[in-house]
Structure formats: structure tokens, C-alpha cells
Write a new protein. Structure first.
Length: 66
């Protein structure tokens, strides 16, 4: 039988180590998910900036030649 990991390194740890470990795991997963969301927002913002600063002037220059 596996024993739960003792996060506090002692025999007389207060509280339920399993519940605290699950809470820590949930916080870690939430942090990772938030980091992914922020990364996606930054990529979208960079794509919009690239569209406005690069593609639009080129399109207008090409369109003005005809």
C-alpha cells in the first residue's frame, strides 16, 4: 500500500496531506491554464499589430497603383 507524500516532512504533520496536495495540484493546473491563456492573447495581439502595421500599408500601396 502506498503512503501519501508528507509535504511537511514530519510524522506529526497537522491537517490532511492528501487534501493539501490536491489543492496544490489544482493551483498549479490553474496557473498553467492561465499562462496558456495569456500566451494566446499575446499571440493574437501580435497578429493584429502585424496586420495593421505590415499588411495594410502594403495592400494600400498595391491598390493605389491600379
Amino acid at each position: 500500500m502506498m503512503r501519501p507524500y508528507d509535504w511537511y516532512d514530519g510524522d506529526g504533520a497537522d491537517g490532511n496531506a492528501d487534501v493539501e496536495a490536491e489543492a496544490l495540484k489544482a493551483k498549479a493546473h490553474a496557473g498553467i491554464a492561465m499562462g496558456c491563456g495569456v500566451t494566446v492573447m499575446v499571440i493574437v495581439a501580435l497578429a493584429v499589430v502585424a496586420l495593421v502595421l505590415l499588411v495594410t500599408p502594403i495592400f494600400l500601396w498595391v491598390a493605389s497603383r491600379y
